[in-house]
Design a binder for this molecule. Sequence first.
Ligand code: DGL
Length: 272
Amino acid sequence: MPQQKLLSGSPIGIFDSGIGGLTVLKAVQATLPSERLIYFGDTARVPYGTKSQVTIRKYAREDTELLMKHQPKLIIVACNTISALALEVVEQTAGDIPVIGVLKAGAELAAQRTKSGRIGVIGTQATIGSNAYTCAIRAENDALEVFPKACPLFVPLAEEGFIDHPATRLVAEEYLAELLGQKIDTLVLGCTHYPILRKVIESIGGPQITIIDSAEAVAEKAGELLSKSDLLNQSSEKVLPHLMVSDLPQKFRELYRLFMGTELPDVELVGV
Ligand code: DGL
């Protein structure tokens, strides 16, 4: 198990299978603007959510090893699929480095926000099949009712940049009909790609549905954890995040510009 001295000036490592984790990067940047951030999107192997647990765990280990080369002080798993099926693989690989996953943060927030106790969860096939959200929400309060639904077409639609597109609307109407029929009052976006399609999802759900995006909850948790361990970066210098992908850096640059609407950092192509 790697031993590493954690330093306040070290970066926070964030990773996902592709662009979805940018929704988490954005929230962490907003909450902790002084921190150095390193992001890895495994664009060569996305999607993870349609793959087996064995494959997802292998990818999770390799992605973590890649981030570890940058000696992070914290790793944020900005992927629900890995958080659901391979969080302990990331923790084992990270050794002494603390790890935060998006799933628990989303489950806690949903349990706090629901009024009727009827919560819908949408995610990849792997996340929904793992039952991890239902378990995490019911661990908060076992009187809550959870209605899960896999929405596998949302990831390619987001990766394609179909943010507010008729095709996205059609697919979303089909996926959400069943959940809306269950009279849910809260809907967890249980995949970090889905906030990219939030506008369409929200308009179909209507104003009576509270949407849960775990990105902000995770960013807050990261701040609390670093503050408790006296690891917040004291420098006031703002640096652009260091972005890494395993394929198609140019496509990633275009999507980054579309979603983040901020200055564009360089994107490094890396092998995993
Ligand atoms: N963004 C990811 C998640 O939160 C995974 C998407 C995928 O690779 O299938 O689950």
